[in-house]
Write a protein that binds this ligand. Structure first.
Ligand code: SAM
Length: 283
């Protein structure tokens, strides 16, 4: 299924009148799964590039930023993150970062689409290299249903590493799912969810904050960070907790190697830019 040719792979955000393209040299995979259209391309400068339903998910070059920011801030804010759940995250990049933490005793990853993980094993092996860690449990089912059926107060950290709110990802931004996350977290539990770009999707971020608040998450903070393959080159991860502050951060253990995340940066990102503060208001 490979064709050697220079081709531009684009992600178009119609509502913003914007388009982002990467020059590719070969299509490595093109698969319609039961849930999504999955593509992997070899590119000239970004390594391999994965798309789901025409939306860029990750590239070999810069996925470390997103995966570190979707894991370390939540784990370093929790006093003792033993039991972690990842919803989505089928490429296993977030899982790789979570496993760097010795306090973590178990990680259950629930992705609806096994094809994404199988593609990551072939084209992003550096992200799946730790999947045989005895702490890991990989499940392939709908995260919305899994959370609905999960026992109350049984998890320390929930990471929602989802696609955009389209197709199977829609429910992961909804009030029922967020209410279930709140129920499943222990009293000092923390969740973080991929919450899109304030430049491209502020109304969606506002709805997400409102749904989190309605679910009972008193403290919420959207950390804005760069991500070159995402619309506008940046994205947010929204931290939320039932009780307690979000700005008490444990220093990162020396043996947790990172390339983007550091404690001082985390502390800085907790200071929300005024334009976001204004748009989110006192939601
Ligand atoms: N970082 C990416 C982003 O921000 O767009 C997300 C990466 S990860 C590949 C997203 C994963 O969410 C996909 O593997 C997809 O299968 C999964 N997903 C979408 N809807 C889901 C659902 N309802 N339950 C579990 N996983 C879901």
């Amino acid at each position: 299924m490979s064709g050697k040719h220079d081709e531009w792979v684009y992600e178009t955000v119609e509502e913003m009148g914007a388009r982002f393209g990467i020059r590719a040299t070969e299509k490595l995979l093109d698969e319609q799964t039961p849930y999504q259209h999955l593509e992997v391309w070899r590119t000239e400068r970004w390594g391999n590039l994965m798309l789901l339903d025409g939306v860029m998910m990750l590239s070999s070059l810069e996925n470390f930023v997103y995966h570190e920011m979707m894991s370390h801030p939540a784990l370093q804010t929790h006093v003792n993150p033993c039991n972690v759940v990842i919803i989505g995250g089928g490429d296993c990049g977030t899982l790789t970062e979570v496993l760097k933490h010795r306090e973590v005793e178990s990680v259950v990853q629930i992705d609806i689409d096994e094809a994404v993980t199988r593609a990551a094993e072939r084209f992003f092996p550096e992200l799946t290299a730790h999947n045989d860690d005895p702490r890991v449990s990989l499940r392939f089912e709908d995260g919305v249903a899994w959370m609905r059926n999960a026992p109350a107060a049984s998890v320390d950290v929930i990471i929602v590493d989802s696609t955009d709110p389209i197709g199977p990802g829609t429910g992961l931004f909804g009030p029922d799912f967020l209410a279930d996350c709140h129920r499943v977290l222990r009293e000092d539990g923390i969740m973080v969810g991929q919450s899109e770009s304030p430049f491209y999707h502020m109304p969606l971020m506002l709805d997400y904050h409102r749904a989190m608040k309605a679910a009972g998450f008193a403290e919420r903070r959207s950390l804005l960070f760069p991500q070159p393959v995402y619309p506008g080159g940046s994205i947010t991860g929204t931290l939320a907790r039932k009780t307690g502050p979000l700005d008490e951060i444990r220093p990162l253990a020396e043996d947790v190697a990172t390339r983007f995340y550091r404690t001082e940066l985390h502390r800085g990102l907790l200071a929300i830019p005024p334009f976001m503060q204004e748009a989110l208001g006192d939601v």
